[in-house]
Design a protein around this ligand. Structure first.
Ligand SMILES: C[S@@+](CC[C@H](N)C(=O)[O-])C[C@H]1O[C@@H](n2cnc3c(N)ncnc32)[C@H](O)[C@@H]1O
Length: 267
């Protein structure tokens, strides 16, 4: 079972993603209506302020915090699951990881298939430094390249990659349609884009299974993550494909992550 705080936050995040302005109306919990409205007003104001001043990408010192927690077993297990899911679409060729963060998914992809050419990109220069250091520590600086850049305008030629992936980043993008159009441009014809992210309406059964496998700490970290930049609902996540050059996409769950699967048709 998820705690009332988490459920309330996920509801709030979902409403924000739908563009709802009545965040004060339904706080949930057992406080009196007056206290509840006050609490939700404060929470909503803090979130709006964070959103206005939040730069795109994770700046320092958030990068140090994220780099540390991403080295824990809970995250590692997740990278293993995502990497094997990606490799089921192709175990050789070139892969681009957008918003690679500390670069740990790239390291895991290399561990699972030596035949891959791996590139990462991240908008945060501090994150790029962390990724390069982690990759160097793993002795893989010649095998994995990481560059600084924004999903909305990437420094790669058209048709450069067989597969483009991204984990836990799309809800951070200020312009997701521009980002998906860039993904389309840099993909080879017939290539797949696999965009993994948490969604605000993750089915209770998935959350329960995640809590069973990873413990409640993971669920709490997810809630913290959703606080500053709300997640999409599963439906809104899937609908992101429509205004983009992909036109259509489908979603499915892979562990606690929802994966938006997009294909650049070969024509
Ligand atoms: C929550 S972290 C996820 C990192 C990594 N994918 C992982 O799963 O560990 C989100 C990352 O996306 C990056 N990011 C956010 N918006 C971006 C954008 N528009 N273009 C490129 N990177 C972006 C952030 O700087 C951050 O490193």
């Amino acid at each position: 079972m998820t705690s009332p705080v988490i459920r309330r936050s996920l509801r709030l995040a979902q409403r924000d993603r739908r563009g709802g302005s009545d965040s004060l109306a339904d706080g949930g919990g057992d406080a009196s209506p007056g206290n509840r409205a006050g609490f939700m007003a404060g929470l909503s104001l803090i979130r709006r302020l964070i959103k206005v001043f939040h730069p795109e990408g994770i700046p320092w010192p958030g990068t140090t915090f994220y780099n540390t927690i991403s080295s824990t077993g809970i995250f590692q297990r997740n990278y293993e699951l995502v990497a094997s899911d990606i490799i089921s679409y192709g175990s050789e060729g070139s892969i681009l990881d957008i918003g690679t963060g500390p670069g740990r998914l790239l390291i895991e992809l290399h561990r699972q298939s030596l035949m891959l050419r791996l590139t990462g990109i991240d908008v945060s220069s501090s994150m790029v430094s962390k990724a390069r250091k982690n990759i160097a520590d793993a002795g893989l600086s010649c095998e994995i390249k990481v560059e600084e850049g924004n999903a909305s305008h990437m420094p790669f030629d058209d048709g450069s990659f067989d597969i483009v992936v991204s984990t836990g980043t799309i809800h951070h993008w200020k312009d997701p349609v521009a980002g998906l159009n860039e993904v389309y441009r840099v993909l080879k014809k017939g290539g797949y884009a696999l965009m993994y992210d948490i969604v605000s309406d993750t089915p209770a059964s998935v959350l329960k299974e995640t809590a069973r496998q990873f413990g409640r700490l993971k669920i709490m970290l997810l809630w913290l993550h959703a606080f500053e930049e709300p997640f999409y609902s599963q439906k809104a996540f899937g609908l992101l494909a429509q205004p983009s050059l992909f036109r259509k996409g489908e979603t499915r769950f892979m562990g606690v992550l929802c994966c938006l699967i997009l294909k650049k048709e070969a024509e």
